[in-house]
Design a protein around this ligand. Structure first.
Ligand code: SAM
Length: 291
């Protein structure tokens, strides 16, 4: 196929295959050639790169990635796209499509078996309904040093937000625990078929080789973070006293003060390092009171 972003060609292709868009699968396909080009450019691909793509759709980003990377593995949930992808990617010998749900895949196994010898990165125009669980799974898999992802603009703002920003959330902390996020560019609704209601943004996540943050118990720290953000606009002490039941409200207030924070501080004001400090001190006191 000559042009996978030409709207008339796309419509003719989809009609020929009797394809129907699924809203629940977040199917908004790119129809502007500059977007996949720019996503590929941001990913800095070369012949040594193995790209994991999530949701190839009709293959418009996939074919661009195929031109620049050594290998592309794309995971697609919708089996009705199978004959379309066979047609559109027939000339892309380095692309392998895995049909299934990305959330049910063993990503490390895919990388080990299908991208052996390549530097694994991720590139995707993500289905919006599963953005957060996919990003968590990609980060927790631990095998990707770089991800270039298209998400809703408001999600991009949450991912990139720093302590004190309006958009700072438990998800900002989760992503930044693993990676450094960068906002690359915005993409307007008229770049897609069908048009979504919201603007999208492309972000790039770079995962450093060494962990920057240290805490005694990562799981407990994320429990503290979720409790702190679970009740926005409440003070940190009030929010934690409903989430961390092992300590009394007074003990939590004493811990917050002992860490050097004002007792009226809100969870949205603490940086990741400050959450590590607070979480370790809460844990120390929980253990102390147990014995
Ligand atoms: N990459 C194409 C593009 O940019 O035009 C399509 C992107 S579209 C926003 C999202 C794609 O993800 C669709 O092809 C959809 O079928 C697929 N998808 C949705 N949920 C999925 C899941 N759980 N696992 C794998 N693919 C999924």
């Amino acid at each position: 196929m000559s042009e996978l972003t030409d709207i008339r060609e796309i419509k003719a292709l989809l009609d020929r295959h009797g394809f129907r868009f699924s809203k629940s699968l977040g199917q908004n396909f790119l129809i502007q050639p500059w977007v996949p080009e720019k996503i590929a450019e941001c990913s800095m691909l070369d012949g040594n790169t193995g790209v994991l793509e999530i949701g190839p759709g009709i293959g418009c980003l996939t074919s661009k990635l195929s031109e620049q990377a050594g290998k592309v593995v794309s995971i697609e949930l919708d089996p009705s796209l199978m004959p379309i992808l066979e047609e559109t990617l027939s000339g892309c010998g380095n692309v392998e499509i895995v049909f299934g749900d990305v959330l049910k895949q063993d990503l490390n196994k895919i990388v080990a078996e299908k991208m052996q010898g390549f530097r694994p990165v991720v590139c995707a125009n993500l289905p919006y309904n599963i953005t957060s669980p996919v990003i968590s799974a990609l980060l927790k898999a631990g095998c990707f040093r770089q991800m270039t992802l298209m998400v809703q603009k408001e999600v991009a703002a949450r991912i990139c937000a720093k302590a004190g920003d309006d958009d700072y959330s438990a998800f900002s902390i989760l992503v930044q625990w693993y990676a450094d996020p960068e906002l690359m560019f915005d993409v307007a609704p008229d770049c897609f078929l069908p048009q979504p209601k919201v603007t999208s943004s492309v972000i790039r996540l770079k995962v450093p080789n060494v962990r920057r943050y240290h805490t005694e118990d990562e799981e407990f720290m994320f429990r503290v973070v979720r409790s702190a953000f679970g009740q926005r606009r409440k003070t940190l002490v009030n929010a934690l006293s409903s989430g961390i039941r092992e300590l009394s409200k007074q003990d939590i207030a004493d811990t917050v003060s002992a860490c050097g924070f004002d007792e009226r501080i809100r969870g949205e004001e603490l940086s990741i390092n400050e959450y590590c400090l607070l979480s370790d001190e809460l844990l120390r006191r929980i253990h102390l009171f147990k014995h």
